[in-house]
Design a protein. Structure first.
Length: 79
């Protein structure tokens, strides 16, 4: 079953735009917002839980400039 994950991303100083552009090219990432606060970017992903985990480990954590992520899974059932 698909769920929505909101991934808060902290970046290295000066890397926000580069990271945001790289995230927009990742399949499965449907929205990317640059924000102000403890995190620099919020990305939205819709997938099953295993795919979210694979996307984080296989794609997002490998983007140059990503220093930390925090993921929140939505509890809304869209089916």
């Amino acid at each position: 079953m698909a769920t929505t994950a909101y991934i808060m991303i902290e970046t290295n100083i000066g890397m926000v735009k580069d990271v945001a552009n790289s995230l927009r090219a990742v399949p499965g990432v449907s929205e990317v917002d640059v924000v102000i606060g403890p995190y620099d970017i919020i990305a939205k992903v819709t997938a099953d839980m295993n795919s979210v985990s694979d996307l984080l480990a296989g794609e997002i954590h490998k983007i140059n400039g990503v220093t930390r992520t925090f993921t929140c899974m939505s509890l809304n059932n869209r089916d």
